[in-house]
Design a protein around this ligand. Structure first.
Ligand code: HEM
Length: 417
């Protein structure tokens, strides 16, 4: 829980890339061996369900794509995935760049600030405007505020322990969470009502999802929609902002990479350019997600016996594939501790050799959105500013809510380019 990267490094050095471990929620077989990871990602809905989420339903939504399994999960993905296809992302570039530009204006006079907090603000505004489709300033501001409040009220332990989900005359953390959630759900419901009433062909993700139909021609009802929107928020907000903070961190620590990226950005400074087309920027984001994969292990629990390489696993057992091990395999990634975006010029990893977004039946739905957002936001702010770290000593990932974020948030100041 505390420092999975160090634990994975130590344990795989001692036992090799595949070993078993006792976790809080049960026994696990963990692997970072690409051959076994390939088998892991081949598991079907009949083979696996999620690991350790039994208590998370009342927080994340039983019907959401994060918590459902089997047919309901397949249906959720079928409805959600087209909205996140690579081609659709082009509709959002201009909005994402405008948000990054506006919110980064204050950084010049901010002195030393937390890059991670600043990136959280940007990624939240992007979710509220691009995914939820909020339009008027007052509506955007209210949703940003309600989202911040509800996220603050989710205590990570609530996701794992039903015992913490108790009321106490309106005063327990659970009561406070339920109140914030109710207000939040009401705000999402009004967005949905407004979109349904318009019958619009809007391009925001909510509008696209309202038009989505499953194989039987049915769409999502309001309760489904709300649970999916909350799931997208939880899965997409912190993750993307952490990734962007690490990019800034690595650029500060590797001046040659920073310079090459700055040259690319100044050679492509036309207004309105889709920054996801920039080659070197793409390599920088890819290497960022290799270095400290934000989710260090992806987990599944077996519904029936399953073979991982030559290992027979019984039903009920859980298994994990760990990019924190695979991404540091020196055979695949020479000098794995060095930030070297150009390694991907010549090396095209296969899906079981590089998997910051997991894989198989639960691969991250937001991967095209996240990589597109990283390019638009990083490109926009790095065109304007050079970052200088407040402290040049190494920063490690530490647990922050349900993800692992840079300790101290990457404190830096900016200087105009
Ligand atoms: C850099 C940013 C991100 C990273 C590193 C990341 C990583 C991941 C990982 C590792 C998983 C689990 C995959 C598995 O179990 O095989 C996942 C699942 C998911 N992610 Fe992301 N994610 C990111 C951004 C986003 C964004 C922006 C969204 C949506 C807006 C999103 C939506 C989801 C959803 C809905 C799932 C659940 C998929 C399922 O269970 O079927 N993610 N993500």
């Amino acid at each position: 829980m505390r420092d999975p990267y160090a634990w994975y490094e130590r344990t795989s050095a001692e036992f090799g890339p595949t070993f078993s471990a006792r976790a809080l929620n049960g026994d696990l077989v963990i692997t970072g061996d690409p051959v076994l990871v390939k088998d892991f990602f081949a598991a079907t809905e009949d083979d696996v369900k999620q690991f350790g989420v039994d208590a998370a339903g009342p927080v994340l939504g039983e019907r959401s794509v994060l918590l459902s399994h089997g047919d309901p999960h397949r249906r959720s993905r079928r409805l959600l995935m087209p909205a996140f296809s690579g081609e659709r992302m082009r509709n959002y570039g201009e909005r994402m760049r405008a948000i990054a530009d506006e919110l980064s204006d204050g950084w010049r006079d901010a002195g030393e600030f937390s890059v991670h907090e600043a990136m959280l603000d940007i990624s939240l505004r992007i979710i509220v405007e691009v995914i939820f489709g909020a339009r008027e300033d007052a509506q955007v501001a209210r949703l940003v505020q309600l989202t911040t409040t509800v996220l603050e009220k989710i205590h990570p332990a609530m996701l794992f322990a039903r015992k913490l989900q108790f009321g106490a005359f309106g005063l327990s953390p659970w009561d406070k969470f339920l109140r914030a959630r109710a207000e939040y759900v009401e705000a999402l419901q009004s967005l949905i009502d407004a979109r349904r009433a318009e019958d619009s062909d809007g391009e925001d993700i909510l509008s696209v999802l309202l038009r989505a139909r499953d194989d039987e021609g049915h769409g999502m009802d309001d309760e489904d929609m709300i649970q999916q929107l909350v799931a997208l928020l939880i899965a997409g907000h912190e993750t993307t902002s952490i990734a962007m903070s690490w990019s800034v961190y690595w650029l500060c620590h590797t001046p040659a990479v920073d310079e090459q990226l700055a040259n690319e950005l100044s050679a492509h400074s036309e207004k309105g350019q889709d920054l996801s087309e920039l080659h070197y920027l793409g390599l920088v984001t890819k290497e960022t997600l290799r270095m400290w994969p934000i989710v260090p292990d992806v987990l599944r629990t077996l519904k029936r016996p399953f073979r991982l390489g030559s290992i027979e696993l019984p039903a009920g057992m859980s298994m994990a594939a760990s990019p924190a091990i695979t991404h540091y395999d020196p055979e695949l990634y020479p000098s794995p501790h060095e930030f070297r975006p150009e390694r991907f010029e010549t090396f095209q990893p296969r899906p079981w050799e590089y998997y910051p977004f997991g894989g198989g039946i639960r691969r991250c739905i937001g991967a095209p959105f996240a990589t597109f957002e990283m390019a638009q936001v990083l490109g926009t702010v790095l065109r304007k500013y050079r970052f200088e770290l407040a402290d040049s000593s190494p920063v490690r990932p530490v647990r922050r809510n349900i993800t692992l974020a840079p300790a101290g948030g990457v404190r830096a100041r900016v200087i105009d380019r």
